[in-house]
Design a protein around this ligand. Structure first.
Ligand SMILES: CC(=O)N[C@H]1[C@@H](OP(=O)(O)OP(=O)(O)OC[C@H]2O[C@@H](n3ccc(=O)[nH]c3=O)[C@H](O)[C@@H]2O)O[C@H](CO)[C@@H](O)[C@@H]1O
Ligand SMILES: C=C(OP(=O)(O)O)C(=O)O
Length: 427
C-alpha cells in the first residue's frame, strides 16, 4: 500500500489547477448506458473511482476509451450492446457510487442486477430511496444472495417525493425517468451542482428535464436518447481542499479552473475566519497574509449548505484557529474517523454524538497516521502540511479514489510531499 511522506512548514505559493468533479463524472458515465450511441465526456479526473466505473461499464459489455493527456482528459463510452446488465460485487464493493447504474440499466434494458453496496467508513449508506422510486415507476425489485434485481417492461412516469434529500438517489431516478413512459415529478430533490451537471448531459442526449438545481424536477420521458459530448464541472471539493491548504499554511495560493459559485458556503466560512480571498470568475486566490485565524462553527447541510465532503478538511483548519469551533455533521452518522488521527498529531478535538468540538491553536506534530476514507485522508494531508516534522500517511488509496495526483499538484506549489510505495504490501 502506498504512503505519503509529508514534511510540514512550507507556505503554499503559486497556482494550483482543479480537475473535473469525480461526483459529476461518475453519474455522467452511468448516463451513457441510456443510449446505444457514443457519449464523450471531457474534463474527466484521473482518479481511481473513474477507473472502477470504466471496469464496471466494460464488464456489462460497453466499449469505454479513457485517455489522459496534458491538455485533455476524456472518455468515450458506447453502450451499443449491454450483454451482461449486472453490477458485480467485486466492483461495487470498492465504490458505492456503482449504485448509479441501477436506474439507467433498468430504463434501457428492463432488467438490472446490482450488488448491494453495503456500508462504508462514513456510515450505513442505504439505497432504499432509489429502490422505492423505481418501484413507484413500476419496477419489481427482488433480492437474491446480496444482489438486488429490478425488472420492468417499461418504466412509467410517477410522482416521487424523496423522504430525505439524496444526491445519487436523485441522479439515479432522474436517469431512469428520462426513458419512462410519461411525466415524472420529483420533489425534495438534491440541488447539488453534480445533479445539474448530469441534467445538462441528459438534456444534450435528448432528455426533457425542467428544474434541475431546484428541489422539484420534472421529466417528460422520451422513447430513446442519443449520443452527446459534455464537459464535466470543476471539482468543488478538490477546489475547497486547496483553499484550505492555502489558508492553513499561511500561503498565497491561486486555486484556478474552479467554479467559485459552487464554493459559496465554504468561502463565507473562510472569510468569517479572517482568511483573505480574491474571488474571480473561474479562480479564487487565498492570501493568508499570516494574520490570525478566528474560530467559526460549521454545520453540514445539503447544497447550498456547508458540504459534508469538506467537513474533515475544515476541521484540520479549525485546529489552527484562535478559539473553539464546533463542527456538526448532519448528513452521515459516522464521519468523524479523522478525529482520532488529528488528535494523535496534537489536535484537541472531542466528539459527542454528531458534534465535534475543536479547541484551536494546537501545535501539530508529525506522526504516522492512517487514512480511513477519502476526505479524512485529505484532512490528514492538510494537518501534516503544518505539522512540525515528517508525517507518514498510510492507506493513501482512499485519497486516490478522488484526488488527481494530489502529491504532484501540492509539490508544484511548494509542499514537501512524496509518495512512497510499500514493497511488502499491495493495494
Ligand atoms: C458519488 C457521490 O456523489 N457521492 C456523494 C453523494 O453520496 P450519496 O449520494 O451516497 O449520499 P446521499 O445524498 O444519498 O446521502 C445523504 C443521506 O441520505 C441517506 N440515504 C441516502 C439514500 C437512500 O436511499 N437512503 C438514505 O437514507 C444517507 O444515508 C445519508 O444520510 O452525496 C454525499 C452527500 O453530499 C456526498 O458525501 C458524497 O460524496
Ligand atoms: C464520500 C464520498 O464519495 P462516495 O460517495 O463515492 O463514497 C466523497 O466524495 O467524499
Amino acid at each position: 500500500m502506498d504512503k505519503f511522506v509529508v514534511r510540514g512548514g512550507n507556505p503554499l505559493l503559486g497556482t494550483i489547477k482543479v480537475s473535473g468533479a469525480k461526483n459529476s463524472a461518475l453519474p455522467c458515465m452511468a448516463a451513457a448506458i441510456l443510449t446505444e450511441e457514443e457519449v464523450v465526456l471531457e474534463n474527466i479526473p484521473q482518479v481511481q473511482d473513474i477507473e472502477t466505473e470504466r471496469k464496471l461499464l466494460t464488464s456489462m459489455g460497453a466499449e469505454v476509451e479513457l485517455g489522459y493527456g496534458r491538455a485533455q482528459h476524456r472518455t468515450s463510452i458506447k453502450c451499443a450492446i449491454l450483454s451482461d446488465p449486472v453490477a458485480k460485487y467485486e466492483i461495487v464493493k470498492t465504490m458505492r457510487a456503482s449504485s448509479l447504474v441501477l436506474g439507467p440499466l433498468i430504463a434501457r434494458t428492463g432488467i438490472a442486477r446490482v450488488a448491494m453496496p453495503g456500508g462504508c467508513a462514513i456510515g450505513g449508506r442505504p439505497i432504499d430511496l432509489h429502490i422505492k422510486g423505481l418501484e413507484a415507476m413500476g419496477a419489481t425489485v427482488t433480492y437474491d444472495h446480496g444482489y438486488l434485481e429490478a425488472r420492468v417492461d417499461r418504466l412509467k412516469g410517477a410522482h416521487i417525493v424523496f423522504d430525505k434529500i439524496t444526491v445519487t438517489g436523485t441522479e439515479d431516478l432522474l436517469m431512469a425517468a428520462t426513458l419512462a413512459d410519461g411525466e415524472t415529478i420529483f420533489e425534495n430533490c438534491a440541488r447539488e451542482p453534480e445533479v445539474t451537471d448530469l441534467a445538462a448531459l441528459l438534456t444534450a442526449m435528448g432528455a426533457k428535464i425542467e428544474g434541475a438545481g431546484t428541489s422539484t424536477i420534472k421529466v417528460q420521458g422520451v422513447s430513446s436518447l442519443h449520443g452527446a459530448r459534455h464537459r464535466i464541472n470543476p471539482d468543488r471539493i478538490e477546489a475547497g481542499t486547496f483553499l484550505i491548504a492555502g489558508a492553513i499554511t499561511g500561503g498565497d495560493l491561486n486555486v484556478d479552473c474552479c467554479e467559485p459559485e459552487h464554493l459559496s458556503a465554504l468561502i463565507a466560512k473562510l472569510e468569517q475566519m479572517g482568511v483573505k480571498l480574491d474571488v474571480g470568475k473561474d479562480h479564487v486566490r487565498v492570501r493568508s497574509g499570516g494574520g490570525p485565524l478566528k474560530a467559526a462553527d460549521i454545520s453540514t447541510e445539503e447544497y447550498p449548505g456547508f458540504p459534508t465532503d469538506m467537513q474533515a478538511q475544515f476541521m484540520a483548519l479549525a485546529t489552527q484557529a484562535e478559539g473553539t469551533t464546533t463542527v456538526t455533521e448532519n448528513i452521515f452518522e459516522n464521519r468523524f474517523m479523522h478525529v482520532s488521527e488529528l488528535n494523535r498529531m496534537g489536535a484537541n478535538i472531542t466528539v459527542s454524538g454528531r458534534t465535534a468540538t475543536v479547541r484551536g491553536k494546537s501545535d501539530l506534530q508529525s506522526a504516522a497516521v492512517m487514512c480511513s476514507d477519502l476526505r479524512a485522508s485529505a484532512a490528514l494531508v492538510l494537518a501534516a502540511l503544518v505539522a512540525d516534522g515528517e508525517s507518514i500517511l498510510d492507506r493513501v488509496y482512499h485519497m486516490d479514489r478522488g484526488y488527481e495526483r494530489l502529491e504532484e499538484k501540492l509539490r508544484g506549489v511548494g509542499a514537501q510531499i512524496r509518495r512512497m510505495g510499500d514493497v511488502f504490501g499491495k493495494r
